[in-house]
Write a protein that binds this ligand. Structure first.
Ligand SMILES: [Zn+2]
Length: 263
């Protein structure tokens, strides 16, 4: 994955865009054929969340007992408050919702997101449904390539976790992180300087691709992509951007360099 867009918030045009995209089954939505995921079953089977995550979420296995409990509780609450829709071409079971909720928990559990209650709709898409891997429209709607969600949850792929990326955008919408932390802004400037010097860090491949397709340097995307790196290759991120990594330990409330120190 690596490619994505984010809805901007703040003006009425974008809010209308969000509303249009958010309402399920509107006639002009390419996603109208999606079927609702059977959330009843995600809720009535909640005791199976932890075993599912042990099998299907690599980061979960690296967390300590207390952190795991937080992730499981977040997952349960998130699924209880969010409508999921899934492309009819996909055969994933209802547990895919847990995969989304648990990876969103990495991003939102340490902050006052109230289990990301602003997110009302999650669309799980097939590869060709979107021209990007995923996007976050404002803070109410997320669309995700379901294959990437599960694959990047099961395996640690350095710099790649689509769910983390999109929920980092939502967290930023809620808390206005970008522009308010020197550690982030200075790291962003340094990354641009390095790029100017011809140095491309392998962890940020997706960000460079974004830069090439847009006209302006984008700190919002830098935040989302480095957040992906924080949860997939935190020690490599720390070598490049130590202050940024420490900032993320605070924002996300998880010491990922220690949790994943052997990687
Ligand atoms: Zn993005």
């Amino acid at each position: 994955m690596g490619d994505c867009t984010t809805g901007e918030s703040g003006d009425s045009t974008d809010l209308e865009h969000i509303r249009r995209q958010s309402a399920p089954f509107l006639a002009d939505s390419p996603l109208r054929i999606q079927r609702p995921l059977d959330l009843e079953r995600t809720l009535t089977n909640a005791t199976a969340i932890a075993p599912f995550l042990e099998q299907n979420m690599r980061v979960y296995r690296a967390l300590d007992t207390a952190e795991r409990s937080v992730v499981v509780e977040f997952t349960e609450q998130f699924c209880a408050n969010t409508e999921f829709f899934i492309a009819p071409s996909l055969s994933y079971g209802f547990q895919i919702a847990w995969c989304v909720g648990a990876n969103a928990a990495l991003v939102g559990a340490a902050q006052q997101t109230n289990y990301f209650e602003s997110v009302e709709w999650v669309y799980l898409c097939d590869e060709e449904d979107l021209d990007v891997a995923g996007d976050a429209l404002g803070y109410s709607t997320v669309r995700l390539d379901a294959h990437a969600c599960l694959d990047e949850s099961r395996h640690l792929i350095p710099g790649q976790n689509l769910i983390v990326h999109e929920f980092a955008h939502i967290l930023d919408h809620l808390l206005t992180i970008v522009g308010n932390h020197d550690e982030l802004s200075l790291s962003f400037e340094r990354a641009l300087d390095r790029l100017e010097d011809g140095v491309e860090d392998p962890l940020l491949t997706g960000w460079y691709e974004d830069l090439r397709t847009t006209t302006e340097a984008n700190e919002l995307e830098f935040f989302a992509y480095t957040s992906e790196a924080f949860f997939t290759a935190p020690n490599a991120l720390r070598q490049l951007y130590p202050e940024l990594t420490d900032l993320y330990i605070g924002i996300y409330g998880l010491d990922m360099p220690t949790r994943l120190q052997k990687l």
